[in-house]
Design a binder for this molecule. Structure first.
Ligand code: GCW
Length: 676
């Protein structure tokens, strides 16, 4: 029996209200399908499964209508082919003789799949379909998930069990779970998955060799059925490690030839292979620097190998010095990606895309947008988000991240004057990029509910929906997800929606304040440790002492990072008076008595938000209690447990942070609350 947590947002609950159900039965009871579309195509199979479950009938499939009202499915023809593109679709209702014809036209097989899922979403929300007139296609081109899964079954930064792709050093023999993942992913428009960790270890380095390609190809087959292309993370030193060469120098002819042959072998097995994801010269991974070459040399060499087959190279910009000395006040990790990559603008091949993390550091609860967006006008770029909650509570805490991502996408870079939003870089329109889009580190594993915390399913869902169309609001996405996951009860929707929407702010309140970040325990990154990274080799500092806190990234007295933004933003960030409160300590080192725009001092803000955050976390539990009996007991009980842990852990955060800053600053809480 498949559990409700496993079904995630594809519940297909039976519609109990007879009137509503009958209206759907009338419209969808007869599926009219042209001979060119197989009844066994994933889109049609999905539709039938859902109709059976939600309407309790077996739909009649025929080539000509057999009912007065019917549901016609077709592939685009004529003008529509271009209008819709292969991923677009149209759903339209029109009057026919004695009834209504609902038509779904898919621009291609992917469009058909997306169209079916759209319609099912509407039915799940009990929306009427007899007046529909919808035309959709994705705003962004590449809509990827990055698995950080290892062949041994572990997942780097995974918080939901073991990998669904691998077991005991091998690609899983049973791929049903991968198929179900593909379904979930396709239902929100994902069209690419890189199936192995960007830190490519020994076994995975050999995925691109003929010995293992047949196994990889089986995964590709499963994904392909749902319109998803397979990508692999590759090891830049593969020519040495599996190719038997003495070097991996990108300008060496033998190395180039090796990658070309390798690409050819890959495409023999996987004709629609997406391409490579590369983490090079980053956190001890090999890369072109070893040979005195730059990142364009490295990326272009791989791009040349993939070009004949239409593949792309996704080159990550997470390159920084992770062994910084604390006495060196000029090296700034935040500056690194920009400093490394902007001089190379225009020198990358057109099948290279730079994958840039949303912020300049590393997926903290609050960071400014990476200044690389808007700084490279002649280079393909894509956004990298982290759906897995490495720094945002590791799926033990509730943290709905769509509002955070939205903020990044709505940021105005001013690269080409007002309105140069990050979302327009990511959709390729701002600089007319050939390739663009999104990637995100996935949050799933083999836990029954996929994501560890059942409510963390909303982040996976939300990621897909948001990048399909960045104009959707976080609220709208939350609402859709709740209806499909938990049904249409108003109270359930209101409560969960309120919980989700406030959860990012709540998490920020009781963790690192005012954009400073990094107050987590080193290595595993869970729980408070204010000085954990302050005294480690990783160069991620808050510089708190008895007088003040924050990192001076201004031009006059600091690292100069603020000047990596276009003038208007540089001016705001560079000025402690104008800088938005939530990012103050990211850009400035200030005394604890510095007054924020909110009117509070920095120290009082720290105390207030921490007391408030812990209360809000406690309140999340109480809100959830109201749902007892309104949702199934298994999911209710599981979430209740997670929220209980969160509430307790939030108190620990509160106390550790507050006592640290009280003892550092010597300034008491104006409200005299308990600080240890
Ligand atoms: O967020 C950090 C993680 C590493 C990760 C790295 C990266 C895959 O702590 O675990 O490595 O970023 O993005 O490459």
């Amino acid at each position: 029996m498949v559990s409700k947590s496993y079904k995630a947002w594809l519940q297909y609950e039976k519609i109990e209200t007879v009137g509503i159900r009958n209206a759907y039965i009338k419209q969808l009871g007869n599926i009219v399908l042209p001979a060119e579309i197989s009844e066994f195509a994933p889109a049609i199979r999905e539709l039938k499964v859902a109709i059976r479950a939600m309407l309790g009938i077996e739909p009649v499939v025929s080539e000509r209508p057999s009912n007065p009202s019917y549901f016609r499915i077709a592939m685009a023809s004529g003008e529509e082919v271009e209008q819709l593109g292969s991923e677009g679709y149209r759903i339209r209702a029109s009057r026919v003789d004695a009834g209504t014809c609902l038509t779904l036209v898919g621009g291609g097989t992917s469009g058909l799949i997306y169209g079916v899922f759209h319609l099912l979403r509407l039915i799940g929300a009990n929306e009427p379909v007899s007046e529909l007139d919808i035309c959709e296609k994705p705003v962004s081109q590449l809509r990827m998930l990055n698995q950080w899964d290892n062949a041994d079954g572990s997942i780097e930064r995974g918080y939901a069990g073991q990998s669904i792709f691998y077991r005991n050093g091998q690609i899983s023999e049973r791929l049903d779970r991968v198929r179900d993942y593909a379904r979930l992913a396709a239902s929100v428009g994902i069209n690419g998955i890189s199936i192995n960790n960007v830190n490519v270890h020994k076994t995975e380095t050999a995925f691109i060799t003929p010995g293992l390609l047949p196994e990889v190809a089986k995964v590709a087959d499963v994904l392909r059925a749902y319109g998803i292309r397979l990508y692999l993370s590759v090891n830049f030193a593969a020519p040495i490690q599996v190719g038997g060469l003495a070097t991996a120098d990108p300008l060496d002819a033998a190395v180039q030839a090796w990658w070309q042959e390798t690409a050819k072998a890959i495409y023999d097995y996987i004709p629609d292979f997406g391409g490579f994801v590369v983490k090079a010269d980053s956190e001890h991974r090999p890369g072109p620097f070893t040979y005195g070459r730059d990142h364009a040399d490295g990326a272009n060499m791989l791009a040349d190998a993939l070009a004949p087959f239409g593949g792309i190279v996704i080159w990550r910009c997470f390159v920084y010095n992770c062994m910084q000395d604390w006495r060196d006040r000029t090296t700034d990790r935040a500056r690194a990606a920009y400093d490394h990559f902007t001089p190379l603008d225009g020198s990358f091949k057109d099948n290279v895309i730079l994958q840039i993390k949303n912020g300049p550091m590393d997926f903290q609860v609050r960071e400014p947008v990476s200044p690389l967006f808007g700084a490279m006008t002649k280079t393909n770029q894509m956004m990298e988000f982290q759906v897995t909650q490495e720094y945002t509570g590791q799926q033990r805490h509730l943290c709905y991240l769509v509002p955070q991502w939205k903020e990044a996408l709505d940021f105005d870079t001013h690269a080409q004057g007002e309105g140069s939003y990050v979302k327009r870089v990511a959709d390729g329109s701002l600089f007319g990029a050939k390739h663009s889009g999104f990637a995100a580190v996935s949050n799933i594993g083999d836990d029954d509910n996929w994501t560890g915390h059942t409510l963390a399913q909303a982040n996976l869902y939300g990621y897909g929906r948001l990048i399909w169309n960045p104009e959707l609001s976080a609220q709208q996405i939350a609402d859709e997800w709740i209806r499909q996951t938990f049904g249409n009860d108003d109270q359930v929707i209101n409560v969960i929606s309120r919980m989700l929407m406030g959860s990012w702010q709540t998490y920020e309140n009781y963790t690192a304040p005012l954009g400073v970040g990094w107050m987590v325990a080193p290595n595993h990154h869970y729980g408070p440790d204010v000085d954990g990274y302050e005294y480690s080799r990783w160069g991620t500092y808050h510089f708190a002492d008895r007088d003040g806190i924050g990192v001076d990234r201004t031009t006059n007295t600091g690292t100069g990072y603020s000047a990596q933004y276009h003038a208007i933003n540089a001016e705001v960030y560079g000025d402690a008076v104008k800088c938005p409160d939530e990012l103050l300590l990211f850009f400035h080192h200030v005394p604890y008595t510095h007054r924020l725009q909110s009117g509070k001092t920095v120290i009082q803000h720290i105390y207030d938000t921490h007391f408030e955050g812990a209360e809000q976390a406690d309140d999340l539990q109480k809100q959830w209690f109201a749902l007892e009996g309104l949702i199934d007991s298994a999911r209710y009980g599981h979430v209740r447990e997670r929220l209980r842990e969160q509430a307790q852990h939030a108190k620990q955060w509160r106390d550790i942070i507050n006592t640290y800053f009280y003892r550092k600053s010597g300034i008491p809480d104006a409200q005299g609350r308990t600080i240890y």
